[in-house]
Design a protein around this ligand. Structure first.
Ligand code: S3P
Length: 429
C-alpha cells in the first residue's frame, strides 16, 4: 500500500466499525444462550469471522444479513463435536476464550491458527483451566495446536499473574460449566466486556474492584446486542487528527468503556484537544462521539494501571509520541512482545525507518519526539500485524514523500475499509 505524505489536513466525520472484543463475545454468548441473539454493527473483520466459523463447526446456525447477524443459540449444552479442527486464523481472542468454553463440553476438539497464533503463549490459559479440571494441552507445553478433552469442571479461586482480558474471559466462560463459585483476582483491571455481557445475558457475575465472582446459571437469555464502535480503530483517527496540521475530525458512536479509554487519557495528558460528547449507554456499554483537533503534543511517561487500558493502542500512541515535543517513556508494557507481532520491536523498527528516534527497552520504549528533519517516507514492513500497518499509515501522512507499507491487507483483521475512510477525510485527495 502506498500512502501519500505531506497531508494538508483531515476534515469530516467518520464512523468506525464495531468493537472487536464485543463482537467476539456477542457470537460466543449468543451461541450459548437459549434462542436467537441479534447483533447489530458486528465487526466483519477476519478475527470475528473466525469466531463465527468456529461456532458454525460446533453446530450453531449463524445467519449474516447486511445490517445484522442472527445467532441461533442452542443453550449452554447445545454445542456438538466438530468434524474438523477449529481454525482461529490470527485471532488470540477466539482461541483463548474458546478454550474456556470447550473445556466444559462433553466432546474433544482441536484448536489451531496461523503462524502468528502458533507462536503465542497459551499456558496462561491452560494453567487456570487445568486447575478447574480441564484436560487441555498445547504443543511444546503451551502453543497451538491446542487439544481440549471435554471434562467436569469445578470453580476455583484464581489470582491472575498478568492483566489479561482474554485469560479472565476464558476462566469466566469455563465457570459457566463449573460446579460452585469461581473467583478471579486481577492484578490490574483489564477490559470488562465479558463481565458486562454475561450480566446482560442473565449470567451471575459480581464485580468489586479487581475481584470478579461468577456462579453457574441454568440458562443464558438471548439478547439484542448493538455493538459500539471500536475505540481501538477510532484511535488511528484520533491520533491522525492531532498530528496532521489543520485537522478536525468527529468520530461517531465510539465505545468509551473506562477499561478501554487509556489512550484518550494519555493523549489528553500530552496536551491533545479531544472532546467526548453525546455520551449514552448502548447494550450496557458506554458510547460517545469524539471530536479531535490538531494539537501541539508534549512527551509523557505511561506505566502501571493505564497500560492494560490502552494495550492495543500503544502502536498508534507511539506515532503521537514520535511527533510530540520532548521525550515519551513507555514502561510495564512487556505484554506487547506477545501480541500479533512483538510490537515493541515492530513499531520501533517502523518508526525508525521514517526517521524517528525510538529506543526499545525490555518492557517498553523511549521515544525522543519530533525528529529534526521530520518524518521521511520509506518502505516499511507491517509484519502482517494489523495495528502496526494502520499505525504506520497514520505516521506516513506526516512524512515527506510517499511511504510503502508491506502486507497492508492484514488491516482486514480488525478494520476492513480503513484506507477508504482515511482517504475520505483527506482534504488533499
Ligand atoms: C482482548 C484482550 C487483549 C487485547 C486483545 C483483545 C479481548 O488481550 O490485546 O486485542 O478481547 O479480550 P490480552 O487479554 O492478552 O491482554
Amino acid at each position: 500500500m502506498q500512502i501519500k505524505g505531506d497531508c494538508k489536513g483531515l476534515y469530516g466525520s467518520v464512523v468506525v466499525p464495531g468493537d472487536k472484543s464485543i463482537s467476539h463475545r456477542a457470537i460466543m454468548l449468543g451461541a450459548l444462550a437459549d434462542g436467537d441473539t441479534v447483533v447489530y454493527n458486528f465487526l466483519r473483520g477476519q478475527d470475528c469471522l473466525s469466531t463465527i466459523s468456529c461456532f458454525r463447526k460446533l453446530g450453531i446456525d449463524i445467519e449474516e444479513f447486511d445490517e445484522r447477524i442472527v445467532v441461533h443459540g442452542k443453550g449452554l449444552k447445545g454445542l456438538r463435536k466438530p468434524e474438523d479442527i477449529l481454525y482461529v486464523g490470527n485471532s488470540g481472542t477466539t482461541i483463548r476464550i474458546m478454550m474456556g468454553i470447550l473445556s466444559g463440553q462433553t466432546f474433544d476438539c482441536v484448536l489451531d491458527g496461523d503462524d502468528s497464533i502458533r507462536k503465542r503463549p497459551m499456558d496462561r490459559v491452560i494453567k487456570p483451566l487445568r486447575q478447574m479440571g480441564a484436560v487441555i494441552d498445547g504443543r511444546d507445553g503451551g502453543f497451538p495446536p491446542i487439544t481440549v478433552k471435554g471434562s467436569v469442571l469445578k470453580g476455583i479461586n484464581y489470582q491472575m499473574p498478568i492483566a489479561s482480558a482474554q485469560v479472565k474471559s476464558s476462566i469466566l466462560m469455563a465457570s459457566l460449566y463449573a460446579e460452585g463459585e469461581t473467583v478471579i483476582y486481577e492484578p490490574v483491571k483489564s477490559r470488562d466486556h465479558t463481565e458486562i455481557m454475561l450480566s446482560y445475558f442473565g449470567g451471575d457475575v459480581t464485580i468489586s474492584g479487581n475481584i470478579i465472582v461468577s456462579r453457574p446459571v441454568n440458562r443464558l437469555q438471548p439478547q439484542i446486542v448493538d455493538v459500539a464502535g471500536d475505540i481501538s480503530s477510532a484511535a488511528y483517527f484520533i491520533v491522525a487528527g492531532l498530528i496532521v496540521p489543520d485537522s478536525e475530525i468527529l468520530i461517531k458512536g465510539v465505545g468509551v468503556n473506562p477499561t478501554r479509554t487509556g489512550i484518550i487519557d494519555a493523549l489528553l495528558n500530552m496536551g491533545a484537544d479531544i472532546e467526548i460528547i453525546n455520551k449514552r449507554i448502548v447494550s450496557s456499554e458506554p458510547v460517545a462521539d469524539i471530536r479531535v483537533r490538531t494539537s501541539c503534543l508534549h512527551g509523557i511517561t505511561i506505566s502501571g494501571d493505564i497500560i492494560p487500558r490502552m494495550i492495543d493502542e500503544i502502536p498508534i500512541f507511539c506515532v503521537a509520541a514520535a511527533m510530540a515535543e520532548g521525550i515519551t517513556v513507555i514502561k510495564d508494557a512487556s505484554e506487547l512482545r506477545v501480541k500479533e507481532s512483538d510490537r515493541i520491536y515492530t513499531i520501533s523498527r517502523g518508526l525508525r525507518a521514517l526517521g524517528a528516534d525510538v529506543r526499545e527497552t525490555h518492557d517498553g520504549m523511549v521515544i525522543y519526539g519530533r525528529p529534526q528533519n521530520g518524518f521521511n517516507a520509506s518502505t516499511v514492513k507491517s509484519f502482517k500485524d494489523h495495528r502496526v500497518a494502520m499505525s504506520m499509515a497514520i505516521a506516513a501522512l506526516v512524512a515527506k514523500g510517499e511511504t510503502t507499507i508491506e502486507d497492508f491487507e492484514c488491516v482486514d483483521i480488525s478494520f476492513p475499509g480503513f484506507i477508504e475512510i482515511l482517504n475520505g477525510i483527506r482534504r488533499d485527495i
